[in-house]
Design a protein. Structure first.
Length: 177
C-alpha cells in the first residue's frame, strides 16, 4: 500500500459571516470571487433567521490587497442592500403606527366623554368615528406605503445589484491572473 503525503503547506485566512437567510446565496457566490471557499469542516447554523457562514482562503493568494479591498466594497454594498430592503417596511410601519395612535387618542376621548358626569353622547360619537377609522386604516396605510416605498427603492436596489456584480467580476478577473 503506497500512501503519498503532500508536504506542501498551505496557510489559510478564516472569515465568519452572519447574515439573513435570504442573503446566503449572494454571500456564497460573491465570496468565491475573492478567493474564499466554504469551510466544509463547520456546518452553518440557522438561528432566528440568521445563518453563520465560515470561509477560508489561502494566505498567499495573489492580488490579496486588491481582493480584500473589493471584498470590503462588496460587504458594504450588501449592507446597503439590506438597509434598502428594510426601509420598505420601516416607513410603512411608522405611518401605520401613527394612524393607529391617533385613532387610539380619539377612542380615549370618546371613552372620557361617555364616562363624564353627565355623559356627552354627541361628543362620544364625534370622537368614536375617527377613533374606529384610526384602528381600521393602519392595515391599508401599511399596504399602500409598502407599494409606494417599493416603487421608490427598487431602482436603487437594482443599481446596487449591478454594482455588486461589477465588483464580483473584477474580483474574479484578479483571481484568474
Amino acid at each position: 500500500m503506497n500512501n503519498t503525503i503532500n508536504n506542501n503547506f498551505v496557510g489559510y485566512d478564516y472569515k465568519t459571516i452572519t447574515t439573513d437567510s435570504e442573503s446566503v446565496s449572494m454571500y456564497l457566490d460573491g465570496f468565491t470571487n475573492f478567493g474564499w471557499i466554504v469551510d466544509d469542516n463547520i456546518q452553518t447554523n440557522n438561528i432566528n433567521g440568521k445563518v453563520t457562514l465560515k470561509f477560508k482562503r489561502d494566505r498567499k493568494i495573489l492580488n490579496k490587497t486588491e481582493l480584500t479591498r473589493l471584498q470590503r466594497h462588496f460587504e458594504a454594498c450588501m449592507l446597503e442592500l439590506s438597509a434598502l430592503e428594510r426601509s420598505k417596511a420601516s416607513d410603512a410601519t411608522a405611518w401605520s403606527l401613527v394612524v393607529g395612535f391617533v385613532g387610539t387618542a380619539f377612542i380615549a376621548g370618546s371613552v372620557f366623554a361617555v364616562t363624564n358626569d353627565p355623559p356627552h353622547i354627541l361628543l362620544t360619537i364625534l370622537f368614536g368615528i375617527p377613533g374606529c377609522l384610526g384602528w381600521l386604516l393602519p392595515y391599508f396605510v401599511y399596504k399602500s406605503r409598502i407599494v409606494k416605498k417599493t416603487a421608490m427603492v427598487n431602482p436603487h436596489i437594482e443599481q446596487k445589484y449591478d454594482e455588486i456584480y461589477g465588483i464580483c467580476e473584477k474580483g474574479n478577473k484578479l483571481l484568474k491572473n
